[in-house]
Design a protein around this ligand. Structure first.
Ligand SMILES: Cc1cc2nc3c(=O)[nH]c(=O)nc-3n(C[C@H](O)[C@H](O)[C@H](O)COP(=O)(O)OP(=O)(O)OC[C@H]3O[C@@H](n4cnc5c(N)ncnc54)[C@H](O)[C@@H]3O)c2cc1C
Length: 408
């Protein structure tokens, strides 16, 4: 019998529904509380696309959502890196793993939520957690609408600006702004992208800013921009800026890049999505306290350059459920969870921090990068750098005590 009978999961993004589903699979009665309303017009959140790496797909398989996600996604079979509009160089990929999958964030949310619902998770929308009363044998969560809910444990899956993180440790660090604002856009195909095969993703270090682009199954070009900006803006603040102002800034930033200049010039206000400031989480000293624990971006948001944020969030969500299922009490379950996850996520975060730095370089650093990156690509040991990240799987069915590999 699991060490906890009931769990509250705070946050219904990516880690939340995966944690709730895995808890239900572990025999723990789970209820999920999401701050945003159920109304799809208001609930679509940051929108845009997400790339899921093979380890993320392996996590989705455990909760029985991988086929639905693949059906909604575009497989990315080739990755290319381009510097200052020079012809792209193929990036090596680990052998024997499936392709990364590019999925619409809204579609991923829908699939994960439906999966949690099928697993028997009770889903409550428009429930923003504000505080928690703690007892030795459980927690009571309080929401802004004046309601509350009780359970044996509380899982904080409430994202990079987590309330639960602060409740666990008032001195916990805040997410750090990377100095980059995120955007996504959509344009028609044209001669400068016509040769792109569907499934090719290009990571482009432009003269002033980084961007990436890919051909969609409908033939159009999706692209994402990382605009250097000393001024931080939240998602809400960025969306309050008129689209024409963003169009102007993007056109200036990518004016000397190919095809960046055209992507920026042809992105209309109807297809431009501002995401606001991009963040990373510095190492969080306390992942859990008493009967509360953190998963996903709330405790380990790597830079978006790693392409691993969502995949790591799902892995942690599954491991915390597994530890609660297999360990004899809540403190040992949370300690085992942190032991399983911290080294992996901090290593990936460190790699991401190095790449993010390269995304907004000064003029001298940029010239150096043009020289160094091709050599780095040619000599990169992909098995060492990427394969360990992407081959990671969780043996959910094996009791933790018998899983020597996990505990090693
Ligand atoms: C522009 C951009 C591009 C990205 N691209 C990729 C990518 O290609 N691949 C990838 O793997 N990752 C990517 N990421 C990172 C990825 O989005 C995150 O790692 C992932 O969303 C983390 O999931 P999560 O569930 O932990 O947090 P979130 O997805 O942020 O979900 C947290 C949820 O908690 C809710 N919430 C917050 N506070 C409360 C509260 N007090 N009470 C109740 N609910 C609350 C929020 O409304 C939200 O729904 C990208 C991020 C950005 C910003």
């Amino acid at each position: 019998m699991p060490t906890a009978q009931t769990a509250l999961v705070i946050g219904g993004g990516i880690a939340g529904p995966v944690a709730a589903t895995a808890l239900a699979m572990a025999g723990i009665d789970a209820a999920m509380y999401e701050a945003r309303p159920a109304d799809p017009a208001e609930a679509n959140g940051i929108g845009g696309s997400l790339a899921l790496e093979p380890n993320g797909l392996a996590a989705l398989k455990i909760v029985g959502a991988d086929d639905d996600v693949r059906a909604a996604a575009v497989p990315i079979t080739r990755s290319v890196m381009s510097i200052a509009s020079r012809p792209g160089r193929e990036m090596p990929t680990p052998q024997g793993l499936g392709p990364r999958q590019l999925v619409d964030r809204g579609a991923l949310h829908r699939i994960l939520r439906q999966r949690a619902d099928r697993a028997g998770v009770r889903i409550h929308d428009a429930k923003k957690l504000i505080r928690v009363d703690e007892r030795p044998d459980g927690v009571m969560a309080h929401f802004t609408d004046g309601t509350n809910a009780s359970a044996d444990v509380l899982i904080g899956a409430d994202g990079v600006h987590s309330t639960v993180r602060r409740l666990i440790d008032p001195a916990a660090p805040d997410a750090r702004y990377l100095g980059l604002l995120g955007f996504e856009g959509l344009v028609d195909d044209a001669p400068d992208t016509a040769a792109l095969a569907p499934g090719t993703m290009t990571f482009a270090f432009g003269r002033r800013a980084y961007y990436l682009y890919w051909k969609r199954p409908d033939g159009r070009i999706g692209w994402g921009a990382n605009l250097p900006s000393p001024e931080y803006m939240s998602l809400k603040e960025a969306r309050a800026v008129p689209a024409k102002d963003w169009q102007h800034r993007l056109r200036t930033a990518y004016a000397n890049d190919e095809p960046g200049a055209r992507l920026a010039a042809e992105t209309t206000s109807g297809t431009l999505q501002a995401v606001g400031g991009l963040h990373i989480m510095p190492p969080v000293p306390h992942w859990h306290r008493g009967r509360m624990v953190l998963v996903g971006d709330a405790v380990h948001a790597p830079s978006n350059s790693t392409g691993q944020g969502a995949s790591l969030a799902m892995e942690s969500a599954i491991q915390v459920a597994r530890c609660l299922r297999d360990m004899p009490d809540v403190p040992s379950a949370f300690a085992a969870y942190e032991r399983l996850r911290r080294p992996r996520v901090e290593k990936i975060a460190a790699r991401g921090a190095r790449i993010s730095h390269a995304k907004a370089p000064g003029p001298i650093a940029q010239r150096m990068m043009r020289l160094i990156l091709p050599v780095m690509l040619a000599t990169m040991n992909v098995e060492k750098t990427m394969a360990a990240e992407q081959r990671y799987t969780i043996d959910f069915d094996t009791p933790l005590q018998e899983d020597n590999k996990a505990l090693a």
